[in-house]
Design a protein around this ligand. Sequence first.
Ligand SMILES: Nc1ncnc2c1ncn2[C@@H]1O[C@H](COP(=O)(O)OP(=O)(O)OP(=O)(O)O)[C@@H](O)[C@H]1O
Ligand SMILES: [Mg+2]
Length: 496
Amino acid sequence: MTPPARPSRSLLRLLLTAYRPQLKGAVLLAALSMLAAVLEVSGITVLVLLGKITADGKTAYTGSVGWLQYPITLSLSQLVAFGIGTVILRLALQLWASWVEARLASDYTRQQRNRLFRRFIESSWESKSDVRSADLQNMLTLNVDYAVSVLSSLSGGISALGNVLVLLTSAMVLNPVFALGIIVTAVLLSLVLRPLSAWAKRAIHRYHDANIIYSREVTQAVMMAREIEVFHVGGEVKQQVEETVERTCKEQHASVLTQKLLVPLYQNFVMLMGFAGLALAAVSGVPHVEILGIVVLILLRISSYTQALQSVYHHAVGKSVFLDALAAAERKHTVGAYRPGTAEVAQIVDLRFDQVSFAYKPETPVLAELSFAIERGETIGVVGASGAGKSTLIKLLLGLHSPQQGQILINGVPLRELSRDSWCRRVAYVPQEPHLISSSVEANIRFYRPDIGLPAIEESARLAYMHDTIAALPKGYQTDLGVQGGELSGGQRQRI
Ligand SMILES: Nc1ncnc2c1ncn2[C@@H]1O[C@H](COP(=O)(O)OP(=O)(O)OP(=O)(O)O)[C@@H](O)[C@H]1O
Ligand SMILES: [Mg+2]
């Protein structure tokens, strides 16, 4: 899993930054759910009025709804038709909202994955080499998935919020005293639950931190499987991982418990307030029983929507670590963006280091005022003590790092002024630890350069004394190295 970063910014700002491109969709979603909520209130009203005329043995409803005191008469068939109409319309709006929600999720995944991967690919070597392979992979899969789950729950939260607002407004129209009671309940509730909420938040963070350590230990155990076998330390590794599992599970227990406790506390508190409200109404006298029925139903709906809002909040808090890590990764790769030159190089005639100095950290210089020249056709070996700077020299030559002082001149042109594409076509590099892509031998030799044809690939394989070995593989140049790369020796892999 990705860095154990704590959200450095407030949750709201974090969410707004993470989902900025999705804001338009979110606004549409809010509008749709508020319309759906208006229809829900209408549905509830029709339901109660139908109940009232059935109980009274009448065929039409006559009366006024709310403090508007506007008298209305509605026949049974009018009420039924209106009720069915609201259901159909609400269903249509909800289906539309679901489509918007799904669209938000897939749009976010596409944008986030493409943007972060593009930043990684386009960033400088300094920035790239700092990334651990499992980290970026987790970032693009796990973190993006978590971010999508937060987005989905936020979409639900937007709908819930829209519903609460409309329901509250309706309650206000129908009976201001009751509506006020609901608002007071909500404020009291948030005050009562605040300490538990904060505790839950801390528990979620501790659980995530523990999880990250656990994930690192497992990744390490898999990567070092051979060393663990050779040094016969499996027992010790197992013990260490089990201790971490124990810590993780303790934190998980606390985090799940606090979240679960919030729900019954919430529900029963609302129930209590409901009792108090109705008792108060009974004492002070209620104008119309149907109004009371509508308001109670609205109250119940509000309570389930606010409960949904609360779980959205906890979900967002719990996953904010991952959103923060995504934002941090993007910031990091933007800083390292690579700015190549434009000069072309057709043939390397002469290569010179002119007073080149380089240090990874300012206090420890690696190369100091290094000058030398290499003529075309020369073969050079670089010899030196371990840590002397041989690999660093190669990295400068490859353009992975740039010298802090002095210049690397190709035919008299500074390396940084050359087009990256042009320079890379003149350079070959065999790393000490070769990696193969999971594709055919042909694709591995071509390595994403579509203009290199099969004859050139075979020719280079002959030059590297690999042609006969490749021809002897089950499918020759088409053999999949993802499956059979393991059958090649280290030297054979290097030569591919
Ligand atoms: N990414 C890095 N960040 C900071 N310091 C580094 C980094 N890579 C190498 N160094 C330091 O720079 C110095 C030169 O390293 P370099 O890898 O060039 O040595 P080398 O000559 O190739 O050694 P070896 O023969 O052991 O491969 C070393 O002291 C090393 O500690
Ligand atoms: Mg080296």
